[in-house]
Design a protein around this ligand. Structure first.
Ligand code: F6R
Length: 348
């Protein structure tokens, strides 16, 4: 079914797969769009990225990618009230694609009141109004995307903010990683697009494997944000429960769940980075794999690329394609997010 473009078109009525297929071009556009921002703040003592859902996840990817290159701590905050330690020396990046997400607006208003160094990333809405009213620098994103499909803009706008504020210790290295990642994304697009048959398309294979099961993503190291993102994409696009956990933590609790008779309902995608895995991680990954395989389906998903950013983004990209293909297999339109919208209405 996934090799029949007509069948995909019939389910994916708003063309989400096409939006995914244009991700490399969106990345170029995003870097250009964001580069216009001017930020005059001094160096912060910490960074808080505040947002929800598809707008927040770019923060996790940033943290995973740059944790070792940053001179200051970075955290992603999802909620209404910023931590008490957010102060005048804290850089707060408020991210909301729509610009109207309640939690983000409250947290960002709090940051303005506390005198934090604020930067906005949004396509408009009340977040843009707040930025304008308070003379806060912000990146205006193009409209017309569903928030989760605006990831190129959401993520790369953050990267540009970091670059403009010279927050990373090795800027040339960052530039090189971005270039490399863009090339790898093009390569992954070729491997995962509609026209590539299931026999050689890893995203279609994932979708076929998890169809009828509850997917779980097991990950480690710098791939936590990417795994969390894939989980959300399965939830939002394919409308299926999905979970994620990471090694080593899952080896101290979740692993015992595999003794259950319910285990057969799940299918595990085990993220691997074989060339980089240290001895203890190989032992943990192989042990976990043996335990799961006794009770449930499992496939390994080897990350693509040489640099950390390329691996993180390509993993996320493969997962995004898989989530839309799963929606197609289930006959579910990937675009609408009815329950999210209903709650947002109720909160108004
Ligand atoms: C919908 C999606 C959601 C939103 C979230 C916050 O496509 O991905 O997770 O991102 O509800 O809304 P925004 O991004 O507009 O702040």
């Amino acid at each position: 079914m996934l090799d029949d473009p007509k069948a995909i078109e019939k389910v994916d009525r708003q063309g989400m797969i096409e939006t995914l297929e244009s991700l490399p071009e969106q990345c170029e556009e995003a870097l250009k769009n964001a580069s216009q921002i001017r930020i005059g703040y001094p160096k912060p003592s910490r960074i808080i990225i505040t947002g929800m859902g598809g707008s927040a996840i770019g923060g996790d990817l940033m943290r995973d990618w740059l944790k070792k290159d940053l001179r200051v701590p970075i955290e992603v905050y999802r909620g209404y009230e910023l931590p008490v330690y957010a102060d005048k020396k804290t850089l707060v990046i408020g991210v909301s694609y729509s610009g109207n997400t309640e939690e983000t607006l409250r947290a960002f208003s709090g940051a303005i009141k506390k005198g934090c160094m604020c930067v906005g990333i949004t396509s408009g809405g009340k977040l843009e109004e707040l930025c304008k009213k308070n003379s806060i620098p912000y990146i205006k994103l193009p409209g017309g995307y569903l928030p989760r499909f605006a990831i190129a803009h959401l993520f790369l706008s953050m990267v540009v903010v970091f670059e403009k504020m010279r927050l990373c210790s090795d800027e040339q290295h960052i530039e090189r990683e971005i270039k490399d990642a863009m090339q790898v994304l093009e390569q992954v697009r070729g491997q995962c697009k509609r026209q590539t048959p299931a026999a050689s398309n890893i995203s279609k294979q994932i979708a076929e494997n998890v169809n009828g099961k509850i997917p779980i993503i097991y990950t480690f190291g710098p791939f936590k944000g990417a795994a969390k993102r894939i989980k959300s994409e399965f939830n939002e696009n394919a409308k299926t429960p999905c979970f994620w956990a990471y090694i080593p933590e899952l080896n101290h609790n979740e692993i015992l769940g595999w003794e259950s008779d319910l285990s057969g309902k799940f299918f595990v995608i085990l993220v691997r980075d074989k060339k980089k895995e240290t001895k203890e991680y190989v032992t943990r990954l192989e042990f976990t794999k043996r335990v799961v395989e006794k009770k449930a389906g499992l496939m390994e998903l080897e990350v693509v690329g040489r640099t950390k950013l390329a691996k993180i983004l390509s993993l996320m990209y493969i997962g995004a394609f898989a989530s839309v293909y799963l929606a197609v297999l289930k006959g579910v339109d990937p675009a609408p997010t009815r329950l999210i919208d209903e709650l947002k209405e109720e909160l108004k």
